[in-house]
Design a protein around this ligand. Structure first.
Ligand code: ADP
Ligand code: MG
Length: 685
C-alpha cells in the first residue's frame, strides 16, 4: 500500500466512481487525504436535539423513532416519500427525494434512527429537509462536527465521507510524520495522524482548530524552507564585493534631473548592499513613472566597475529593447559593452553574443525569457536585475542564479506594491526600498470616462494634442475582429478609422505582439524619436514604455481591463512636464457592476498603492500577481494574507536555525514524508 496508489485500490471505488473522483482532481490516495473539507463549511452538531427544541434554519442532529413511511407522487409526477418521526417531545415530517426514497423503503415503523437535517416550520408542522438518515448503530454518527466536501454530481457527501474514512483507517501506516518533534512542540502542533483525522472528522472544535493550524503551518513552512535552502546555497558561494566608483557620480551629474529623495535613499541602500560583502536581495518598489530604471542603470554600472557581469531581465521584447536603447545612449561615452538578447535575435548575432558573454566581452546583457536558455553562459555573472519581477516565477530567478558559480546580487523591481509579509512569502527574505514620491516636474494625470457616442470628440482631442506637438497612445483590447467580442474595438479597425478620418498614414503606426521584432523595433524607435505621433497598439505597451512627450492615452474597451492593467497603461503618460490625460472609452453596453466600479476607482485614484489595495479587495488575494507562477497553487488551506503572522513567525524561526546543520538535515528528510509532495491535480476546494 502506497500513498500514490491509484484510488481504484480503495475499497468502494470502482472505475466508474474513480472517474467521478478524477473530476474533483483526485487520482491517488494522497489526493484523497488532502481533499480537505471546505473551510468554514463544517456542520457543528455538538449534541442531540429533541424535536421540540429543533433550531429552525439550522442543521440539527436527533435520535427519533419511525412512525410511518409513505411513497408518493406529486401532481407533476415527481416521486417522493414522506417519513413521519417522533420522540418523547413531538413529531416531525421528513421529505425524501430521488435516491433518498430508496433509503426510506429500508425503514419500518418502530425503527430508531439518527437524523441530521435542516428544520423548518410549515404552518405549525415541523419539516426536516436535506435529511441524512443513519442507522442508530452507525458509530460514526455521534454528535460532533461534520465535514462537507466539494461535490460533483454522482458523488454525495456520504460517499466521500465514507471513502475518506476508509482511507484514513487503511492507509494510516503509510502516512509518516513530516515535521520534527521539536517544531511540533515549539509551535504546539498536533502530529500528522491526529491532524488528518481531525481535519476530516473533528473530535471537537479545539481539535479541528489545531488540525487546521498544523496543516496550514506545514504548507507555509515548506515553502519558506525551500527559499531558505535556495538562499543558503547561494550564501555558500563567493560574493563579489563591489567597490565604489566615480563613474556613477559622473553619470548622475550628466543627467538632466536630480534624483528624488526616495531615489537617493534607494540608491544609497543598494550601494551599501553591494559593498557589504554579503549577497544583495533587494526589491525596489515604486509606482509607474517613479523612476526605477535610472536606479537599475546606476546599479549595473557600479557592478561593471568591479568587473562583474550584469543581466537585466524584462518581461517583454519591447521593454527589453527600450532599456537597451536607454542604456546605450547614457553609457555611450564610457567603455561599457551592452548587448540585447531576445527570442527573435538572429542566429548569427546570438552565437556572437553567447561567445562574447563567455569571454567576458559583454558587461551588461539585457533581454527577455530568451536568457533562460541553458546555452546562455556567463564568465562572471554577479548581478541580476529583474524588471517587473512579478511576471517571473521562483524557478526562473533560480535559473539566473544557476548561471553563475558565484553568488548573484539580486535587484527586483516592481510597480505593484505588496505588503511586506506577502513579499517575504513570495520571494523569501529580502530588503525593500520604496520610491513613494514622483519626480517634482510631474502634473497629476487627468482621467476621464467616455462612452461610444463620445468617441469622435475624444479623437478630435487627440488631433489637438498632435498639432500641439505631443504624442498619443491608443490601446485596444484586440488585434483583429473576433467572434465573441464583436462590440469591442480592435487595433486594425481603429487604425483604419484614425488614418482615414483624423491623421495621415505617416503620423500613425500600428504595433502588436504578432509582429517580428525588427518591425516592432522600427516602430518603437519611430515613436521614441517622435516621427510617429499616434501609436495604435494592443497591450504590448502595457509595461515600462517610456516616452515623456506622450500626453494622452486613449484606452478602447476600458471595461475589458483589470485595475492593475489600467493603472500600468495609464502610467505610459504623465512622464514629462506636460499635462497628461487618460481617456477611458467604454465600448460595450453590457458592463458589469464590477467593471464600472473599476473604472470609477481609476478616475478617483492616481496612486498605484491605493489601487492595488482596492484591487485586492475586488479580486481577492488569489488572483494577485499571478500567484500560480509561484508555486502557491499548492496551498490548499493556508492563505498568505490571513496567515501572515504565522508566516512571519516561521520566517524568524528559520533564521535562527542558520547554524544547526544536523537539524536542517533532519527537516529535509522529514519533508519527503509531507503530503504536499503529492500534488493534487487541481485544487477545487
Ligand atoms: P518606472 O519607475 O515606471 O520604470 P522610469 O524609470 O521609466 O519609470 O522613469 C520615468 C521617466 O522619469 C523617465 O523619463 C526618467 O528619465 C524620468 N525620471 C526618472 N527620475 C527622475 C527624476 N528624479 N526627475 C525627473 N525625471 C525623472
Ligand atoms: Mg519601468
Amino acid at each position: 500500500m502506497l500513498l500514490n496508489d491509484c484510488i481504484t485500490k480503495v475499497k468502494g471505488i470502482g472505475s466508474k466512481r474513480a472517474e467521478l473522483f478524477n473530476k474533483l482532481g483526485i487520482f491517488s490516495v494522497a489526493d484523497l487525504l488532502r481533499f480537505y473539507p471546505r473551510q468554514n463549511a463544517y456542520i457543528f452538531l455538538e449534541q442531540f436535539v429533541k424535536l421540540a427544541n429543533l433550531e429552525l434554519g439550522k442543521k440539527n442532529i436527533s435520535i427519533v423513532e419511525v412512525v410511518s413511511i409513505q411513497k408518493k407522487q406529486s401532481r407533476y409526477r415527481l416521486k417522493y416519500a414522506t417519513l413521519v418521526v417522533k420522540d418523547e417531545t413531538g413529531y416531525a415530517e421528513v421529505l425524501l427525494f430521488a435516491t433518498q426514497i430508496y433509503r426510506a423503503t429500508q425503514l419500518k415503523p418502530g425503527d430508531k434512527v439518527l437524523i441530521i437535517a435542516t428544520a423548518s416550520n410549515k404552518q405549525g408542522k415541523i419539516l426536516l429537509n436535506d435529511a441524512i438518515i443513519k442507522n442508530i448503530l452507525d458509530t460514526q454518527l455521534q454528535p460532533g462536527i461534520f465535514p462537507t466536501y466539494s461535490l460533483v454530481s454522482g458523488l454525495s457527501q456520504t460517499i466521500i465521507q465514507k471513502t475518506i474514512s476508509t482511507v484514513l483507517k487503511n492507509y494510516s501506516s503509510c502516512v509518516q510524520e513530516s515535521l520534527p518533534e521539536t517544531i511540533l512542540r515549539k509551535f504546539a502542533l498536533p502530529d500528522i495522524h491526529t491532524s488528518l483525522n481531525n481535519i476530516h472528522f473533528p473530535a471537537n472544535k479545539k481539535m479541528l482548530f489545531n488540525a487546521q493550524k498544523r496543516l496550514i503551518f506545514e504548507e507555509l513552512f515548506y515553502i519558506q524552507f525551500a527559499f531558505y535552502n535556495q538562499q543558503k546555497q547561494t550564501n555558500n558561494r563567493q560574493v563579489l564585493s563591489v567597490q565604489d566608483s566615480k563613474l556613477t557620480n559622473i553619470l548622475l551629474n550628466k543627467l538632466p534631473f536630480k534624483l528624488t529623495q526616495d531615489q537617493q535613499e534607494s540608491w544609497q541602500a543598494i550601494k551599501a548592499d553591494l559593498k557589504s560583502g554579503k549577497v544583495m536581495r533587494r526589491l525596489l518598489q515604486g509606482d509607474v513613472g517613479s523612476g526605477k530604471t535610472i536606479i537599475a542603470l546606476l546599479t549595473a554600472v557600479l557592478n561593471t566597475q568591479s568587473s562583474g557581469q550584469t543581466v537585466i531581465l524584462a518581461p517583454t521584447e519591447v521593454l527589453a529593447l527600450q532599456h537597451f536603447n536607454y542604456f546605450r545612449e547614457l553609457l555611450a561615452p564610457f567603455n561599457i559593452n551592452i548587448e540585447l538578447l531576445v527570442g527573435n535575435t538572429k542566429p548569427n548575432k546570438r552565437r556572437q553574443i553567447l561567445s562574447d558573454l563567455q569571454n567576458a566581452q559583454i558587461d551588461i546583457l539585457i533581454g527577455t525569457h530568451a536568457i533562460f536558455q541553458p546555452d546562455v553562459e556567463f564568465a562572471n555573472l554577479s548581478l541580476a536585475i529583474i524588471d517587473e519581477q512579478h511576471r517571473f516565477g521562483v524557478q526562473q530567478r533560480q535559473c539566473l542564479f544557476d548561471k553563475s558559480h558565484n553568488a548573484v546580487h539580486l535587484l527586483s523591481m516592481s510597480a505593484t506594491p505588496i505588503p511586506r509579509t506577502l513579499a517575504l512569502a513570495l520571494y523569501g527574505n529580502l530588503e525593500i526600498s520604496t520610491i513613494k514620491t514622483m519626480p517634482a516636474n510631474r502634473k497629476p494625470i487627468k482621467t476621464l470616462l467616455y462612452n461610444e457616442q463620445m468617441r469622435h470628440s475624444v479623437y478630435q482631442g487627440a488631433a489637438r494634442q498632435v498639432s500641439a506637438g505631443r504624442q498619443v497612445y491608443v490601446v485596444c483590447p484586440l488585434i483583429e475582429e473576433s467572434e465573441n467580442a464583436t462590440h469591442n474595438k480592435n487595433a486594425n479597425d481603429v487604425y483604419e478609422e484614425l488614418t482615414t478620418k483624423y491623421f495621415s498614414k505617416n503620423d500613425c503606426a500600428l504595433l502588436h505582439g504578432r509582429m517580428s521584432s525588427t518591425e516592432k523595433e522600427a516602430i518603437m524607435l519611430g515613436f521614441v524619436n517622435g516621427t510617429i505621433k499616434v501609436l495604435v497598439s494592443t497591450t504590448v505597451i502595457e509595461v515600462g514604455i517610456n516616452v515623456p512627450n506622450a500626453c494622452l492615452i486613449i484606452i478602447e474597451g476600458a471595461e475589458m481591463f483589470g485595475l492593475a492593467q489600467l493603472h500600468q497603461l495609464r502610467g505610459r503618460v504623465g512622464r514629462g512636464e506636460h499635462q497628461s490625460y487618460c481617456a477611458l472609452l467604454i465600448n460595450s453596453n453590457s458592463n458589469t457592476d464590477n467593471s464600472m466600479q473599476r473604472l470609477g476607482l481609476m478616475v478617483k485614484y492616481s496612486d498605484g498603492f491605493i489601487l492595488a489595495e482596492q484591487d485586492l479587495l475586488l479580486r481577492g488575494a488569489g488572483q494577485l500577481l499571478g500567484m500560480q507562477q509561484h508555486g502557491f497553487d499548492d496551498l490548499l488551506l493556508a492563505n498568505i494574507i490571513r496567515d501572515s503572522d504565522l508566516l512571519i513567525a516561521i520566517n524568524n524561526y528559520l533564521k535562527q536555525l542558520e547554524q544547526e546543520t544536523a537539524f536542517i538535515k533532519e527537516i529535509s528528510k522529514l519533508q519527503q514524508n509531507s503530503l504536499i509532495n503529492y500534488k493534487l491535480a487541481s485544487s477545487l476546494n
